[in-house]
Design a protein around this ligand. Structure first.
Ligand SMILES: [Zn+2]
Length: 724
């Protein structure tokens, strides 16, 4: 199934489920295809219409697929076709190769080479990591968007430029897609579709123009985050005529975001609004970022509108979104949006969210384990050379080893979306050694519940802290239950168990959300600007404690502790290595960019041509990236399993890969996270990378023992070294 990167779902597991994978729906089919493999033979199913919806029904006895097609409301005579092509002997590789040929015929396989020819700035995205400051200005409005609930500057525009300069000058990050959110007049997710002027709280127009110039001077791609699908009541150009209408003629509401209740703009109107002189043209004139990101365009499933003035079916909606993309690309040069779909490839350069969400493979809607599935890089097997792909949302580096390993297998760089506010590397984050949890949730009414919390304290507390409880998805909460702790944190003693509540919480209308994530943290300072680091928390301090179901009944589901599989914090290590002494976020950024940046760069014009499972449980996977001529192959071997695996390397001999260990080999780049290399055994896993060109080899040492056997030489590489 081409859901985000892709799922391999075995038919012979004991697991039972029923699930729809609608075309272009949020976690449905990101490509218009499915593949089937049975007894060594492969079958490809393809279609073109956005109304096609494959359903999978898995019982203990069988796995069945049925395909549904709904008649579009504005097209009485619609016919739908699904093509099934037997491919003979083969596997997932055969299916991907066959589908690539179809993609080339239908025009979706526009390569990055072509995109770089039409705009040379695109080359700066190849091997670039994705760094995003989501909410320079975080203004929280009430439901009706009539008054502020809180206003916080997380980064002034000057500070944003300093963050970019820190990544380049202090961490040596060579390439970066650097995105600013919350630069608009109201702040992040506020008062759309009116963007200008840049908000004065962060410094206004001149400061933003100067920040963009500084980011570009680093060789980075400066990108702005904007939104044309959500419209807010307090926008200067609020206009109900633009809003999508339901079948009964009523306006379609969107989510409850920072700016209040959003209303969904009908797709042709999004283009009309973006094209107004005061929108994209003026933004380009004032600030000249090389790239633009219009949120939700590729994420939200295809829409219908029943307004007789601008009726819309799913397929129309997609065509208008393509036009919006083309227009943005014409104005700025580079365009990207959220998640990503096959139909968007010819109209954009990058996707943010296809390769992962919040440090996981999927959002809350799919749990691969509940499908008995293995996540496979099917998208990369068809389109790796056509689009720059990243994940979306913040995650905890201390738990991200699997996310990193998966991005290595995909040949993709990471998204760094969870920087602490302001100049994060200069501010030591105070730590409170306590672990929050939810004890119970009981429903009072359809929109009200009681909740109790518990803190398990492992070391004496200090400081004057407030408890924040966020309910929502992604970076901005939909609602909250912030409160003073039952006992001041300064009085917490090792071994204490602090019970809190019950608190009564009212759920505001949340649109279509069936469930929200629950985060608990400790904050202090005005606007909650300073957060404590907690046990189990991410770099933004918040701990994901579970999920709250809102429909059909209110119920809480705890996030189980991650199974103890390997060292999930391994990429934050820097013992003996380059980033030793830096803050955890910088250690993680440095290590992972050194691994994934060069890998993404050397594979940018290649397709993932072969995916192999090296063990029967599919835990060890090898991806081979190749170009058309078959020269300069890159192989990536990754161990997702619980036991060590020994890989064979031309350069490193027997290379032992621990859990989350990997081996990357290409003529220009070698990297490994392993416990043995070239005849040397290490007590603990080490990370080394080597970049080669005709004259030089640059070796980088991430962590662990610094000794390295390299082409018969014995080296000690503390941070990095260059060999001639
Ligand atoms: Zn409409």
């Amino acid at each position: 199934m081409p859901a985000r990167e892709g799922l391999l779902i075995p038919a012979d597991s004991d697991i039972e489920f029923t699930r729809s994978f609608g075309t272009s729906s949020y976690e449905g089919c990101h490509m218009n295809m499915m593949g089937f493999i049975k007894r060594g033979a492969a079958l490809l199913m393809t279609w073109d219409d956005a109304y096609i919806r494959p359903d999978l029904i898995k019982t203990k006895a069988s796995l069945k697929c049925s395909v549904h097609a709904k008649r579009p409301p504005h097209c009485e005579s619609a016919t739908f076709s699904v093509t099934v092509t037997p491919l003979g002997r083969g596997d997932w590789n055969t299916i991907a190769t066959a589908y690539r040929k179809i993609a080339e015929r239908k025009g979706t396989a526009v390569t990055l080479a072509t995109k770089t020819r039409r705009n040379p700035e695109v080359a700066k995205l190849l091997g670039a990591s994705n760094a995003k400051l989501w909410t320079c200005l975080a203004r929280r409005r009430n439901e009706d968007s009539t008054k502020d609930e809180s206003v916080e500057v997380k980064w002034t525009f000057d500070e944003a430029a300093q963050v970019a300069e820190h990544l380049k000058n202090d961490l040596g990050m060579d390439r970066c897609l650097f995105t600013l959110g919350g630069w608009t007049e109201g702040g992040y997710d506020c008062r759309h579709p009116d963007a200008l002027p840049a908000n004065p709280e962060c410094g206004g127009n001149d400061a933003l123009a100067s920040a963009v110039a500084r980011i570009k001077a680093l060789g980075y791609v400066a990108c702005f985050h904007d939104n044309y699908q959500d419209m807010y009541r307090d926008a200067k150009s609020w206009n109900p005529d633009c809003i999508q209408k339901k079948a009964d003629g009523s306006p379609m509401s969107g989510g409850r975001w920072l700016g209040g209740r959003a209303w969904l703009v009908c797709a042709p109107k999004t283009l009309e609004l973006a094209q107004r002189p005061q929108n994209l043209p003026e933004v380009q004139k004032l600030f000249k970022p090389q790239a633009y990101f219009i949120d939700t365009t590729y994420a939200v499933g295809p829409q219908e509108c029943f307004d007789p003035k601008h009726p819309l079916n799913y397929n129309d909606d997609i065509r208008w979104k393509q036009k919006l993309s083309d227009y943005s690309r014409k104005v700025f040069g580079i365009f990207g949006s959220e998640c990503g779909r096959e139909w968007a490839i010819p109209h954009s350069e990058f996707f943010e969210g296809l390769s992962g969400v919040s440090g996981k493979y999927f959002h809350n809607n799919i749990d691969p384990e509940k499908l008995g599935a293995t996540v496979v890089p099917l998208f990369e097997m068809v389109y790796h050379d056509c689009e720059v792909v990243h994940g979306k949302y913040g995650y905890a580096p201390e738990a991200a080893a699997e996310y990193v390993a998966q991005h290595a297998l995909c040949g993709r760089t990471l998204n760094y979306h969870r920087f602490d506010s302001h100049l994060y590397w200069k501010q030591p984050v105070p730590e409170v050694k306590a672990r929050p949890g939810v004890v119970s949730v009981s429903q009072i009414s359809s929109s009200k519940f009681q909740i109790r919390y518990r803190w398990q304290v492992e070391a004496n507390g200090a400081g004057d802290w407030h408890v924040c409880v966020h309910f929502g998805k992604g970076p901005s909460p939909l609602f909250q239950n912030d409160h003073a702790p039952a006992k001041p944190v300064a009085g917490w003693r090792a071994g204490d168990v602090i019970e809190e509540g019950p608190f009564e919480v009212t759920i505001p209308p949340t649109g279509k959300a069936d469930a929200v994530d629950v985060y608990v943290g400790l904050f202090r300072g005005s606007g909650g600007s300073e957060r404590a680091r907690l046990l189990g928390g991410g770099t933004d301090g918040r701990v994901l404690v579970g999920q709250l179901r809102l429909k059909p009944a209110i119920a809480f589901e705890k996030v189980g502790p991650l199974p103890s599989l390997g060292d999930r914090a391994c990429f934050v290590r820097a013992d003996n290595g380059w980033a030793e002494g830096l803050c955890p976020m910088d250690r993680f950024v440095k290590n992972t960019h050194e691994i994934l940046g060069p890998l993404a760069a050397v594979t940018a014009h290649a397709r993932l041509i072969k995916l192999e499972f090296l063990t029967p449980d599919r835990a060890v996977r090898r991806a081979t990236f190749g170009s058309r001529g078959g020269r300069s192959l890159t192989t990536v071997t990754v161990n997702f399993g619980a036991s060590n695996f020994t890989a064979q390397s031309a350069l490193g001999g027997k290379v032992t890969l621990p859990t989350w260990g990997f081996l990357i080999e290409s003529p220009q780049f070698v990297a490994f996270h392993a416990t043995s290399w070239a005849g040397r055994d290490y007590d603990a896993p080490v990370l080394f990378t080597a970049r080669m060109d005709a004259k030089h080899t640059r070796i980088f040492h991430g962590f662990g023992n610094a000794r390295l056997n390299w082409h018969g030489r014995e080296l000690e590489v503390r941070r990095e070294t260059e060999l001639k």
